[in-house]
Design a protein around this ligand. Structure first.
Ligand SMILES: Nc1ncnc2c1ncn2[C@@H]1O[C@H](COP(=O)(O)OP(=O)(O)OP(=O)(O)O)[C@@H](O)[C@H]1O
Ligand code: SF4
Ligand SMILES: [Mg+2]
Length: 315
């Protein structure tokens, strides 16, 4: 028995499309301790959201399917649970902030009733109790004048305020783990900083563990304890956040970091996941490519202190 809150082993989530099989998540391993924040980073299309949806078992069916692996949450493989058991874990034990706030908030209901619905999905309240709970929850995520704002509709709120409502809804069941998918991407820089500060505060107050998904390394630097870098459906580097910035090992991570610091984008494009790439999926873009890279997929090589990289340079 270990202390991990969440352990993912060999997870594979594929989409069976008419053009072929998209291996969106292809054999990834991840782990997360209680109260820890794990950053999940990588370019668009590398499988970050599909990883999150897989944990919650919300991968769009029938096209998308988890075809392999285990997701152990609080000691149980949740992939073996019945739909009904999984429903009670969603929201109550694992909260989620989705990538598109406007698709998760219903435009025709006021925010008070939407937060109420999220609260009542987990616990029964009297009408009076419920109203004060909604106000309390919205206040706790920094919604000023929450008593009045509950009558507002999503379109009447700023992007930052909408994101606070989304966060409130994700916390309604008092989860142990919060998965936040690009929680600040649509926001301008000042509001972004406020939302990140809010997430940090909630994390400390509630002892929340968090998976924070972003393509923004700045967000990772500010919030994460450990980081998993994803590329083409695979985790290619895993380490403590400090090490990632001080001593990145995988050429893709090095490329991501210099694309920010030197404003020099990595040359080439992310691979089309419908096409089988032999060897290391980064080889067509890698400045350190070697002969073996084109032929054989590198395994994870252990470096110092839990630092791992999927790259032949360390074999
Ligand atoms: N419903 C779907 N049907 C077919 N393919 C899908 C579907 N959803 C995602 N994919 C594919 O799975 C891969 C991973 O997508 P995912 O949404 O996880 O990327 P992401 O890392 O979250 O990217 P972004 O930073 O743009 O949000 C992509 O190649 C995408 O095209
Ligand atoms: S395995 Fe080879 S191609 Fe892949 S990242 Fe490492 S050096 Fe580059
Ligand atoms: Mg995404």
């Amino acid at each position: 028995m270990n202390n991990w809150l969440l352990t993912i082993k060999g997870l594979k989530t594929y989409f069976f499309t008419r053009w072929g099989v998209v291996k969106a998540v292809d054999d990834i391993d991840l782990r997360l301790g209680r109260g820890e924040t794990l950053g999940l980073v990588g370019e668009s299309g590398c499988g970050k959201s599909v990883t999150a949806l897989s944990i919650l078992q919300l991968v769009p069916r029938p096209r998308g399917r988890i075809v392999g692996g285990e997701i152990i949450f609080q000691g149980k493989n949740i992939l073996e649970l019945l739909d009904e058991q999984m429903r009670s874990i969603r929201g109550r034990e694992i909260g989620m902030i989705f990538q598109e706030p406007m698709t998760s908030l219903n435009p025709v209901f006021n925010i008070g009733s939407q937060v109420l619905e999220a609260l009542c999905a987990h616990k029964k309240f009297t009408k009076k109790e419920a109203k004060s709970k909604v106000i309390e929850l919205l206040t706790s995520v920094g919604m000023p004048d929450a008593g009045k704002r509950i009558k507002d509709y999503p379109h009447q709120l700023s992007g930052g305020m909408r994101q606070r409502v989304m966060i409130a809804m994700s916390l309604a069941g008092d989860p142990t783990l919060l998965i936040a998918d690009e929680p600040t991407t649509a926001l301008d820089v000042t509001i972004q900083a406020q939302i990140l500060a809010l997430l940090q505060r909630l994390r400390q107050q509630r002892g929340l563990a968090m998976i924070l998904i972003t393509h923004d390394l700045g967000v990772i630097a500010q919030t994460a304890d450990n980081v998993a870098v994803m590329y083409a459906g695979k985790v290619v580097e895993y380490t403590a956040v400090v090490t990632l910035f001080a001593d990145p090992k995988h050429p893709y991570t090095v490329g991501l970091l210099s694309s920010v610091s030197e404003r020099r984008p990595i040359t080439g494009n992310v691979p089309n996941l419908l096409e089988e790439i032999s060897g290391c999926p980064f080889h067509p873009r890698c400045p350190s490519v070697m002969k073996i890279c084109r032929k054989q997929m590198p395994p994870f090589f252990a470096l110092a202190d839990g630092h791992q990289a999927r790259c032949w340079l360390y074999g």
